[in-house]
Design a protein around this ligand. Structure first.
Ligand SMILES: C[S@@+](CC[C@H](N)C(=O)[O-])C[C@H]1O[C@@H](n2cnc3c(N)ncnc32)[C@H](O)[C@@H]1O
Ligand SMILES: [Zn+2]
Length: 423
């Protein structure tokens, strides 16, 4: 029998001095959203310019992820409005509790938030953060392996409405237990920061972890989201669970997926029907998607330039967001105190336009690099495409990206013409 860990858990009535003296590392108070939080003092852990402070500290804290957490607050509130009942939330990889505490403080109709971390220092800080925000009555802080905690909640009537997985690297090792710990119509939020595998720098690692082949293309962030959603769909199907992607976004070093998990073998089949492949020509930028894997027996040649097509996937070819869910998130922005409000508004506005746009965006800079041309503004390319009658929109995945039903050859012609006019 393992001994229970000897852990001093704060109760919240300790003075700041008592808390600080019992922690063996420097900390500071910050405010994020509506919460006041004790976090490691990152400056104290940087010894050389190459040090990545968040992971040098004894408890992980990354201020850059504020946007990620702000959007999580909006998405969970939108989900709560959608289901229209009190929700229970689990954050199995909670670190300082910054995310879980914000959920409890900022989201209306949250019944309970369970925060968990394997690191005892993190558990201490998360407990203290829950107490100073006066949400001790609706939060529980645990010190377990995340898969164990989630499995303890796999029994019917003990499951969560929402689980937010925010790991170091890939969330795939927690997918199975998170799926089992969610109720029918539960929300699963996932972060992945292993962009090198997902964006095709380490393709073998991506195949191992996500079961799909990545492509090192200019629209790799979108493909990364599709690989993660595809891996989730495959994992959920084993349990006769299907999914809808309600929202997704990407930033420099991570992607995020919010999926509604729906019980039913038929729904699982429908999700698997949304799996497929991307065929990409690295010579001329042609790209196409194949919903039916068996159609892979085609010529394998690019229809535009005749070069060999490279296959990416299997991955999720279904929608990467739901317009109504985006609208619910947008409605919430005005009620929330978020520092990244304007950035989020932009992301949501772009996302809504992309709901039904073609898979795989073009990146103007990459096209111009190949053509050896000066780079026109993305807006001017989009306007010209529209004038010429093409379906066109910008993308939340890349500020220089354009989705269009124009072929690669048509895109290149159009950019050439535009540059000539501008000269
Ligand atoms: C990226 S951090 C979480 C950051 C946090 N969610 C936030 O928004 O700031 C990942 C956390 O997972 C914890 N962790 C790693 N492996 C774990 C495991 N097997 N079970 C529970 N926690 C684990 C680490 O201690 C770390 O605090
Ligand atoms: Zn080609």
């Amino acid at each position: 029998m393992l001994k229970k860990p000897c852990l001093k858990i704060f109760e919240g009535n300790e003075s700041m001095a008592e808390v600080l003296s019992s922690l063996s590392f420097p900390t500071e108070m910050i405010v994020e959203g509506e919460a006041r939080l004790l976090v490691p003092k990152l400056r104290a852990f940087v010894k050389s310019p190459s040090d990545y402070a968040p992971s040098k500290a004894p408890v992980f804290y990354n201020p850059v992820m504020e946007l990620n957490r702000d959007i999580a607050v909006l998405a969970l509130q939108a989900y709560q409005r959608m289901v229209n009942h009190q929700i229970s939330v689990c954050e199995p990889l909670a670190s300082s509790g910054i995310r879980g505490v914000r959920f409890a403080v900022e989201i209306q109709n949250v019944k309970q938030v369970i925060m968990n971390d394997i690191n005892k220092n993190a558990v201490q800080i998360a407990t203290y953060n829950a107490q100073i925000n006066e949400i001790g009555d609706k939060t529980v802080v645990e010190n377990k392996d995340a898969n164990l905690l989630l499995t303890e909640h796999a029994m019917p009537h003990n499951r969560f409405d929402a689980v937010d997985l925010d790991p170091f690297g890939s969330p795939v090792t927690y997918l199975d237990s998170a799926i089992r710990a969610l109720r029918d119509h539960g929300l699963l939020a996932l972060t992945a920061t292993d962009m090198a595998p997902l964006c095709g720098v380490h393709p073998r690692a991506c195949i191992r972890k996500y079961g799909g082949r990545p492509l090192r293309t200019e629209y790799c962030h979108e493909l990364a989201v599709r690989l993660l959603a595809g891996s989730l769909a495959t994992e959920a199907a084993k349990h006769d669970i299907g999914l809808q992607v309600l929202f997704s976004h990407a930033a420099e070093h991570y992607i995020r997926v919010y999926a509604l998990m729906e019980y039913g073998a038929k729904l699982a089949d429908e999700s698997l029907n949304k799996m497929g492949f991307i065929l990409h020509c690295f010579k001329c930028f042609h790209r196409e998607s194949l919903v039916k894997p068996y159609a892979l027996e085609g010529s394998g040649k690019c229809p535009e330039c005749g070069s060999k097509l490279t296959v990416g996937g299997p991955l999720w070819l279904g929608k990467l967001l739901d317009e109504d869910f985006c609208q619910l998130m947008e409605n919430e922005i005005k009620h929330k105190n978020l520092r990244k409000k304007e950035k989020i508004r932009k992301i949501l506005a772009l996302a809504k336009n992309e709901a039904t746009a073609p898979i795989g965006y073009y990146v103007v800079d990459t096209l111009c690099d190949t053509l050896n041309l000066p780079v026109p503004s993305v807006q001017s390319v989009a306007e010209t495409l529209k004038k010429e009658g093409f379906q066109t929109c910008l993308t939340r995945f890349n500020s220089k990206g354009i989705r269009s039903n124009a072929s690669a050859a048509e895109m290149k012609e159009l950019v050439k013409k535009l540059v000539k006019i501008n000269q």
